[in-house]
Design a protein around this ligand. Structure first.
Ligand SMILES: [Cu+2]
Length: 144
C-alpha cells in the first residue's frame, strides 16, 4: 500500500490535477452559449411548431431546429443577413457571416446561434415546399 503521508508529492500532484481540470472546464465552454435564449422549433407534418420566448434584439439566441418529418425541409430567413452565425449539425460547427438558411434531413437537429441586431418580425420558410402553407414561422424581437 502506498501511504500518501510518506509521499506528499502525490497530494501536490492531485491538487494540480484538480485545478487543471477546473480550468479546462472553465475555458472549454464555447464563445457562443452564454446568456442565450433557447428557442426550440420542431418541423412536423410540414409545419414549424415552436413557442416564442420573449426574444430581445442584441440578446444571443440559440434556435434548436428538429426535423421530425420523413422528408428534407428547409429553414430560411432574411434574419441571418450580415450577422455572425454559428451553425451546429452532427457535431460539425460552421462559422459564417450571414446565410440564407439551412436544409435538414429527416430526424436531424441543427443549432443556430446568433444575435439579432434589430427589432422586428422575421419570417422563416421552407424553400423546398413553397406550396405548403404552414411552413412558415415568425419570430418577434423586441416590441417589433
Ligand atoms: Cu419543407
Amino acid at each position: 500500500m502506498l501511504r500518501i503521508k510518506q509521499h506528499p508529492q502525490i497530494l501536490l500532484l492531485l491538487k494540480i490535477l484538480l485545478i487543471l481540470s477546473f480550468l479546462a472546464f472553465l475555458f472549454a465552454r464555447p464563445v457562443f452559449g452564454q446568456g442565450e435564449k433557447e428557442v426550440f422549433i420542431f418541423i412536423q407534418n410540414g409545419s414549424y411548431q415552436f413557442e416564442e420566448n420573449n426574444l430581445q434584439p442584441d440578446q444571443p439566441v440559440m434556435l434548436v431546429i428538429n426535423n421530425r418529418d420523413l422528408v428534407r425541409h428547409g429553414f430560411l430567413s432574411t434574419i441571418f443577413e450580415g450577422l455572425d452565425v454559428e451553425v451546429e449539425v452532427n457535431g460539425i460547427i460552421t462559422y459564417t457571416k450571414g446565410m440564407k438558411g439551412i436544409h435538414l434531413d429527416p430526424g436531424k437537429t441543427a443549432r443556430i446561434h446568433f444575435s439579432p441586431t434589430s427589432a422586428g418580425k422575421f419570417s422563416f420558410h421552407c424553400d423546398l415546399h413553397p406550396s405548403l402553407k404552414g411552413e412558415m414561422a415568425i419570430l418577434t424581437f423586441g416590441a417589433g
